[in-house]
Design a protein around this ligand. Structure first.
Ligand code: LMR
Length: 395
């Protein structure tokens, strides 16, 4: 009897697997629009200046490498709570927060807690959603289904369909929502639509699990977290997973946080105690470096200002790239993709079919996901023309 002999070969990850294929591609003009990573005009991953200064300071301190607490670094956790809820928010007293291994780690720790509390819960994710949502929540032991979200016919959100699906959900269903810069579509709900979603979540007694991986990439740090304030004001219990991968360009540090908003302080204390068990039994306690960097930046007024400026610069440049791509596509005779300029965040949901995305990759070295998602944050003035010509060629 062999445990491993007949194990099946798993398919490559639909997003990160593209990085591996891209690395093997020898073409000099290849372009990686697969994974959600911001690259600068030179096509390189930026080291933010605020992070560079913070890192320099930390290095000078020659700090030893002791364990963090199970829930993470207190200065980091407090700073992330301020960023998500506001420094003076009364909700902080009823919120349990832990450092997590990126946004993905936060989602998984949250899912593990829900599994313990309501093992039969169903998860609802948007159609479409981030490729890893279904996989992650399924792997955590849940049935994952969809609510209607993006409609190709409407070239936008099917709000009526979404509300209908949420209204039909069983009590206790966990609804995964994107706070801003919806991944992969780039289409966000309006303030009025959010009001309707919150009403249904409340009346149907659903649990919202809000994924906020792109705070600051839509309209701004405060604007992009407006939905969190709305959930707080509605007096709901809910989960928020956040990430600093994109907003601090700290992808490899795996730095994020999970916040669980409860009804009162006592419940928050008990939730925190259970979250710590979820963490301890998975990876014991989180890593230090990313947390130390983010805490150093967010807790220093000058570095924080620098970060806000750098984040705004990334946001503004992505918007400019969107307009440039539309112009390049128009120069190629494509006049029905102007929507790219309206979408928010790092991605454009192009409407291209899987066959067209495969042709983009194999024939032109332009890598996007099979679902038609392209990371416009990886464009620059040297590759944008090639991308536009490649899109024109496969359509
Ligand atoms: C993405 O959607 O490309 C990013 O969130 C990276 C990832 O882990 O998938």
């Amino acid at each position: 009897m062999s445990l491993l002999h007949s194990i099946q070969l798993a398919p490559a990850d639909p997003i990160l697997g593209l990085n591996e294929a891209f690395a093997r591609d020898a073409r000099p003009d290849k372009v990686n629009l697969g994974v959600g990573v911001y690259l600068d005009e030179d096509g390189t991953l930026p080291l933010l200046e605020c992070v560079r200064v913070a890192e320099e300071r930390l290095t000078k301190q020659n700090r030893p490498h002791g364990y963090l607490g199970i829930d993470g670094m207190p200065a980091y956790i407090d700073a992330t709570r301020d960023l998500v809820f506001g420094a003076d928010s009364s909700v902080l007293a009823r919120t349990a927060s832990v450092q997590a291994l990126g946004g993905t780690g936060a989602l998984k720790v949250g899912a593990d807690l829900i599994k313990q509390l309501n093992p039969g819960a169903k998860f609802l994710i948007s159609t479409p959603s981030w490729e890893n949502h279904r996989a992650l929540f399924t792997r955590a032991g849940f049935d994952v289904e969809h609510y209607r979200y993006y409609s190709p016919g409407l070239r936008g959100i099917d709000v009526e369909g979404m509300i209908e699906d949420l209204e039909a959900a069983e009590e206790g269903t966990v609804v995964v929502l994107h706070a801003c810069c919806h991944n992969p579509t780039g289409y966000d709900l309006s303030a009025d639509d959010w009001g309707r979603v919150i009403d249904v979540v409340k009346s149907r007694n659903l649990t919202a699990f809000i994924d906020m991986a792109y705070q600051g990439f839509g309209f701004g740090i405060q604007e992009d977290k407006a939905v969190i304030d709305r959930f707080v004001d509605a007096g709901l219990e809910f989960f928020v997973a956040t990430s600093f991968s994109k907003s601090f360009s700290l992808y490899g540090e795996r730095i994020g946080a999970l916040h669980v908003v409860t009804r009162d302080t006592d419940a928050a204390v008990r939730v925190l105690s259970q979250l710590k068990i979820c963490i301890r039994t998975n990876y014991s306690n989180p890593a230090k470096h990313g947390a130390a960097l983010v805490a150093e930046v967010l807790n220093d007024p000058e570095l924080r200002r620098m970060w806000e400026d750098e984040l705004a610069a990334m946001r503004t440049r992505i918007k400019a790239l969107r307009s440039q791509l539309v112009a390049e596509l128009r120069a190629e005779g494509i006049t029905d993709m102007d929507f790219i300029a309206e979408q928010l965040g790092m991605f454009s949901y192009s409407g291209l079919t899987k066959e067209q995305m495969v042709a983009l990759r194999t024939e032109h070295g332009v890598y996007g996901t099979d679902a038609g998602r392209m990371c416009v944050a990886a464009l620059n003035s040297r590759n944008i023309g090639h991308v536009a010509r490649a899109i024109a060629a496969v359509r």
